[in-house]
Every structure is written in structure tokens, then in C-alpha cells.
Design a protein around this ligand. Structure first.
Ligand SMILES: O=C(O)CCC(=O)C(=O)O
Ligand SMILES: [Fe+2]
Length: 324
């Protein structure tokens, strides 16, 4: 498959829909062959996505000094990520051309899960935009449902017990990055986001109509997902690749914003509960040899190694790289 299919997933929401088996097979084919699909029929109103995009735009419009005062810290990977903060660990030294705002699955300050894993907690909502909390959490709840349906479909397609891929997402380490990519000049050969694989289980994105997301095909070319208005782009991350023993593929992608316009994006990264150990649930495909991954440890390493002066150690899981 050298193209990204568009699949109407509405049959997944109705129990015993006559088209369910067919949709499951379409999703499975997309996730095994190219690792990306566009989806429609999610039930998420376009107006809701529009209000999220307006909210994201407003957050990045907060005056620079105030954004910095609400920035991520080493202990808390929540809040503002300054432009150019992340430099890929490939030695190129060229920073990605975006600013971000990091959100995680919202947890009340007295939730006991915080005692088990220090990564949990309430988000740092921007003081200047008190409406952001309801807007983002309302959207988040919708995406939780979409992710649940997709995980159920993938379990069915892989002949796993129905809830096998859904159960680990109770109190998940799911997170979202709000992203602002200024336009890049025609002669700018850098990236909005450098080529990478996602390290999560699966990612859901409402594409910005200005474009800019590019996906690598198996033959090494780059294509743009063709996503209808109101649809979402979904991709498989390293964790589902590992769970599936290499059947579902985590595919490299990148962002280049040559639209001449500001680009806003807010990917939702589905990550299991902290104590989940991701290991193949099916006999691995020939040549697929990967260590199991403990989600809490893995997430802590992502938080740590994103810091510019921190690097991977021998205990850092090999996720998200283009090496494998
Ligand atoms: O902004 C986008 O469309 C994609 C962002 C992305 O790939 C990521 O944050 O992992
Ligand atoms: Fe990504």
C-alpha cells in the first residue's frame, strides 16, 4: 500500500453493525501495510475541532514572557515548550521549528495513582485562557472514545481477546502536544518536526488544512495523507508495533510547513497505564526482536531525554528512532 486510505469508522460504534468485520479488515490492512489511515465517522463535530484549534492559536498568542513563566520543567513535563527547544539526538544540531504546549491525561491532585508513579498529576492550564481546560478535556474525552474503538477493532483484526488492547488504557499516560509551526521560507531545508516514529501506541491528529504532514512509504518516498474535512489522521506507534509482534507498523513521518501560513496541530498520543509492560501478544514476525517496554519507565525516559542536556543511556528503551 503506497497510499493512505480513508475509512469510515462509524460501524465500530454500533454493536453488531453488519459492516463491522469489513471495517476491521480495512483498518488492519492500513495498519499493517502503511501504518497510517484517515478516519471519518468519528461522531466528533467539526465545530468542536475548530474550537480546539482556536484555543491552541490563542494559547500561542500569550505574550512570550508569560509563556516562559508557564514552561515545562525537569520535574514536570507540562506547559510551554519554547521554540527550538527540542534538537533531535542525531548530532545534526538543527532544532525542530515549532513551539509547543504539553498536556497529559488529567489526574486530580489527590488521586492515589500519583503515589505509584510520579508522572501523573493535574495539567498546567494557561492562566490567560481559563476556557482552555474545558475545551481541551472535552475534545480529549472524544478522542479517548475513538482510540477505544480503534483498539477494539485492532484486537479483533489480530484475533486477540476483545479488550486485550483496551484494558491497559485505564488511567493511561496518554498525552497531547499543542503545536505551532511558523511558516518556513522556501530556501529553508529544516523541519517543523524531523523524521521520526511515534513512541506511543497510536496517535490521532486533526490535520491543519494548511498541510505539512508527510509520511514515508515503504519505498522511501514521502506522501501527504489525504484526509477529508472533518476527518482525522491516525497512525500506529512503536508500542502497538511491539504488542503486535511487528504486524502493525510504526511509520516515519515529518512536518515541513511551506504553506506560507501559521500551522497549528494537537496530536493525541495514546499511551497505556504506567505499570503496563508492552511485550508481543502474538508470536513475533520473523526478524522482529525487541525488548519489552515498561510504560512508566519509558515515559519517564521520554520526559528526561527531551531535555537538551540529557541523553539516552543503556537503560533507555530504543523507541521512536529510525534505526529499527
Ligand atoms: O503536527 C503534526 O501534524 C505531526 C506532529 C508529530 O508527528 C508529533 O508530534 O509526533
Ligand atoms: Fe509524530
Amino acid at each position: 500500500m503506497q497510499t493512505i486510505p480513508t475509512i469510515d469508522i462509524s460501524p465500530l460504534r454500533a454493536t453488531n453493525h453488519p459492516d463491522r468485520a469489513e471495517v476491521v479488515q480495512q483498518i488492519l490492512a492500513a495498519c499493517t501495510e502503511i501504518g497510517f489511515l484517515s478516519i471519518t465517522g468519528t461522531g466528533i463535530p467539526t465545530e468542536q475541532v475548530d474550537s480546539v484549534r482556536a484555543c491552541v492559536r490563542a494559547i500561542f498568542g500569550i505574550p512570550e514572557p508569560r509563556k516562559w513563566e508557564q514552561a515545562i520543567t525537569r520535574d514536570n513535563y507540562r506547559g510551554y515548550i519554547p521554540f527550538g527547544f527540542f534538537t533531535p539526538n542525531d548530532g545534526s544540531g538543527t532544532a525542530d521549528k515549532y513551539e509547543g504546549y504539553k498536556l497529559h491525561h488529567e489526574i486530580a491532585p489527590d488521586d492515589p495513582v500519583i503515589n505509584d508513579c510520579a508522572l501523573y498529576g493535574p495539567n498546567l492550564w494557561p492562566v490567560e485562557h481559563p476556557e482552555a481546560r474545558d475545551i481541551m478535556l472535552g475534545y480529549w474525552a472524544q478522542l479517548d472514545l475513538v482510540a477505544h474503538d480503534l483498539l477494539g477493532a485492532l484486537a479483533e483484526g489480530l484475533d486477540l481477546p476483545p479488550a486485550e488492547l483496551q484494558a491497559p488504557f485505564d488511567k493511561p499516560l496518554t498525552n497531547m502536544t499543542l503545536l505551532h509551526y511558523p511558516p518556513q521560507g522556501d530556501d529553508d531545508d529544516g523541519y517543523g518536526i524531523h523524521p521520526h516514529k511515534d513512541t506511543d501506541a497510536l496517535t490521532i491528529i486533526a490535520p491543519d488544512p494548511v498541510g505539512g504532514l508527510e509520511v514515508q512509504t515503504r519505498d522511501g518516498g514521502w506522501i501527504t495523507p489525504d484526509c477529508p474535512p472533518g476527518g482525522f489522521v491516525v497512525n500506529i506507534g512503536d508500542m502497538l508495533e511491539l504488542w503486535s509482534g511487528g504486524r502493525l507498523v510504526s511509520t516515519p513521518h515529518r512536518v515541513v510547513n511551506k504553506s506560507g501560513k501559521e500551522r497549528y496541530s494537537f496530536p493525541y498520543f495514546a499511551v497505556p497505564r504506567h505499570d503496563t509492560v508492552v511485550t508481543p501478544l502474538l508470536p513475533p514476525q520473523p526478524g522482529f526482536v525487541r525488548p519489552s517496554v515498561h510504560c512508566g519507565h519509558w515515559s519517564a525516559e521520554v520526559w528526561r531525554t527531551n531535555w537538551p542536556d540529557e541523553g539516552a543511556t543503556e537503560n533507555t528503551p530504543e523507541l521512536g528512532t529510525l534505526l529499527s
